[in-house]
Design a binder for this molecule. Structure first.
Ligand code: ADP
Ligand code: MG
Length: 708
């Protein structure tokens, strides 16, 4: 291949000197072309002094008592043997003219096939005396050419060399990967065009895109790594923020919504529907929303309120503001169970009013469904409650003014805009309110939901006491259920949660066997039923209804009850295999109790097998404050997995890590805001490449296609 045909899209297979085996191994890592190699960044760096650190083997084996750092030895393989012991290991003895050393590879049985006597290799590790020999455990190693020099020349310098260590695999070790990357690095970075201007970089003292990649793959100094990383992180966050700001700008300038003026009369009528004294927080948030609704700029507001904070009536108030103007409102829920419950709650609040409300879920029979769809299209229905899938399929509203999405801790950023009405006007949009019980750390919500305005219900209705939470081991389960039986005897109600429905090899407590056990054992005097997502709606409804009315004492359920189920009389929840649930999930489950004036109690049964599981349990016992839980979740898991971020379609960060890179996020946000203010569609010629790359990264999930 000639230099002129080399491109970033050139396949690894077409690079000179790369064998088939390497090509396949890189493919397994998801690497196909030169650009993929560039983007495959080192996970850490190893500092070696190339020759000074490479001693003859005799030095490594005699100085090992003081060897703290890694040293490199080079030798010829003498023998390759499988070793014995609890962990599978392969022992490889290498020698040079001065002595020998044993390399011990734990849990890497394939080494036995890879190495053979006579082969030369370099190994980096820490030598340690073991019995009569000197060993290096799990060294990094690479094959050397047959004519490689084993003992360093006498004039070796003591320059420190920084070696990148790459995420690698069984099939290809980091040094081999490094060699492939190095072989095309100079050519590759020469092709990189920077999408940020020289002025921007100079102001922030950051390298070009080309230098950033060069320095990460081949650093001369540690400082270079730090500033290269800074450049790429800022870059990545900037792209995201630009996309989000562009979307925001579009919404605020191009789109328009119904103006729903709030008169005193409307307000009184709305308030008369609410059977209790609103909390100060509810009042404030209802006001914030009402103001948004008066404007022709489509509202895009995120309402955060911990479980039980009373989001439903806030949603009702917002929807009634639309209904008062003869427009329609929709409430979208993540599960049928929750949609059913919302419909029931709202019906009760709207009893004897003119407002027509309907429930539309996947379980509604075809004939009824088509009638409802028709009523929605003609405007005969004012408020539609339904599940996501159902409300987006073929449901066209006559005049939809507001869509409320109750997502609990699931986010569906992508689906949010999908509700349609008949206006046929592309630029017409309903007001949107997204409610979540997941307290997103403020910092994170800014990043991901930068396009959202933000309200918080930071106050629980009066009379609530925090749920008491304890954790016990499986061995103590019996006592827990005896206690539950006693509580039931006093008239309390409770939930028992199992992680799986059917018995399986997982060893997890399953709903069916557990129900049997409870029925015949500790809860034999209780009225008890199962509840799970595989039941048909009628069965589920009737069980929920019986539980609500107090005709059942205990529900043995899967996580179907995690979202939104509201039975204020339930005071107890027992969660089996609690370490298997995510923290947000546990917090939601716990939120099922302590919703009324009676104090709630949550028991987590677990014998955590992982450190993370243990930490989740500890966090739950430690606090009932949703915001603290969310912060802990962020610490334990990192934001990648957080709050179903993946489902939302937000591309995962490649280099940025939050909350570690928070400071850079603020910088990115400031820049993005200023740029979009000055050039809303990034149409300036110097932004052309930036715009192209930004749309490629974020255009789809944010639905920026319509922005231009
Ligand atoms: P969530 O925010 O979890 O959706 P809900 O809207 O389901 O909370 O409200 C939880 C419970 O608290 C419901 O039974 C509701 O009727 C009740 N509630 C809400 N607001 C108040 C209030 N201001 N005073 C008393 N009870 C309230
Ligand atoms: Mg709710």
């Amino acid at each position: 291949m000639t230099a002129t045909t080399f491109q970033l899209t050139t396949l690894i297979a077409d690079l000179p000197g790369v064998e088939q085996m390497t090509v396949e191994a890189t493919q397994h890592l998801g690497l196909r072309c030169v650009a993929d190699l560039l983007l495959h960044l080192p996970m850490r760096y190893q500092h070696t002094r190339p020759w000074q650190a490479i001693g003859p083997i005799i030095d490594a084996t005699t100085e090992q008592a003081t060897a703290e750092d890694h040293v490199e030895v080079r030798g010829e393989v003498v023998s390759v043997k499988r070793g014995f012991g609890r962990t599978p290991k392969v022992e490889v003895v290498i020698d040079d003219p001065t002595g020998d050393i044993t390399l011990v590879f734990f849990n890497q049985p394939w080494i036995q096939r890879r190495l053979h006597p006579g082969q030369k290799l370099a190994a980096i590790g820490t030598p340690r005396a073991y019995r009569s020999s000197v060993q290096m455990a799990n060294p990094t190693w690479r094959a050397l050419d047959d004519d490689a020099v084993l003992i360093p020349p006498s004039d070796a310098s003591d320059l420190v060399q920084i070696q990148p260590v790459y995420p690698a695999s069984e099939a290809i070790a980091s040094p081999r990967l490094a060699a492939v990357i190095q072989s095309c690095l100079d050519q590759a970075v020469a092709l990189l065009e920077d999408h940020l201007t020289d002025a921007w970089r100079r102001d922030r003292n950051l390298p070009t895109l080309a230098d950033a990649y060069l320095h990460l793959h081949r650093p001369d100094f540690d400082d270079q790594i730090a500033s290269a990383r800074r450049r790429l992180v800022l870059d990545e966050l900037l792209m995201l923020q630009l996309a989000v700001m562009m979307k925001r700008h579009h919404r605020r300038t191009a789109l328009h919504a119904q103006m729903l003026a709030r008169t005193e009369q409307v307000q009184r009528r709305i308030e008369s529907r609410i059977p209790f004294e609103l909390t100060t927080a509810q009042r404030r948030v209802i006001d914030e929303i009402a103001q948004d609704l008066e404007s022709s700029i489509p509202m895009n507001r995120l309402l955060q309120g911990d479980v039980g904070s009373g989001k439903t009536v806030v949603a009702l108030a917002a929807m009634l503001q639309a209904v008062a103007h003869g427009k329609q409102a929709a409430l979208v829920a993540p599960t049928e169970l929750l949609a059913e419950q919302h419909a029931r709650t709202l019906q009760a609040l709207l009893r004897d009013s003119e407002v027509k409300l309907c429930l539309l879920t996947g379980s509604v029979a075809a004939a009824r469904r088509s009638r409802l769809v028709n009523d929605i299209a003609t405007g005969d229905v004012n408020i539609v409650v339904g599940t996501h899938a159902v409300l987006t399929e073929d449901v066209i509203f006559a005049d939809l003014a507001i869509a409320v999405t109750d997502e609990q801790h699931r986010f569906g950023v992508r689906q949010r805009a999908a509700l349609r009405d008949k206006s046929g006007d592309q630029l017409h949009a309903p007001h949107q309110l997204v409610m979540t019980a997941t307290p997103i750390p403020r910092t994170l919500s800014l990043t991901i939901f930068g396009d959202l305005d933000y309200s918080v219900l930071d106050e629980l209705p009066p009379g609530r006491t925090p749920v008491e939470t304890v954790s016990v081991t499986a061995a103590e389960a019996h006592a827990v259920y005896d206690d539950l039986a006693q509580a039931v005897g006093r008239g309390e109600r409770g939930y028992v949660v199992a992680a799986v429905i059917d018995e399986s090899e997982s060893g997890l407590v399953d709903l069916h066997s557990h129900l049997e056990w409870l029925r015949n054992g500790p809860l034999q005097h209780c009225r008890i039923e199962a509840l799970h997502g595989r039941m048909d709606t009628d069965t589920r409804e009737s069980i929920m209804e019986r539980f609500r009315r107090g005709e059942l004492d205990v529900l043995v359920a899967t996580t179907v009850i995690e979202v939104g189920v509201d039975v204020p009389e339930a005071t107890r929840i027992v969660i089996e295999n609690a370490d298997r649930f995510g923290l947000a999930q546990l917090h939601q489950l716990r939120g099922r109790v302590g919703r009324g004036s009676c104090p709630g109690r949550c028991v987590l049964i677990a014998d955590p097998s992982t450190d993370e599981g243990q930490r989740r349990i500890e966090a739950m016992v430690e606090t009932t404050d949703g915001f603290r839980i969310a912060e802990r979740d962020l610490e334990i898991r990192g934001p990648g997995e957080l709050f179903g971020a993946r489902q939302s379609g937000i591309p995962p960060f490649r280099v940025a890590r939050l909350p570690r890179d928070m400071e850079l996020l603020s910088l990115a946000r400031r820049d993005a805001e200023a740029w979009i203010d000055a050039d809303p569609l990034l149409q300036a010629p110097e932004h052309a490449l930036l715009r192209k790359r930004m749309l490629k990264a974020h255009g789809r999930w944010l639905g920026l296609g319509d922005v231009g």
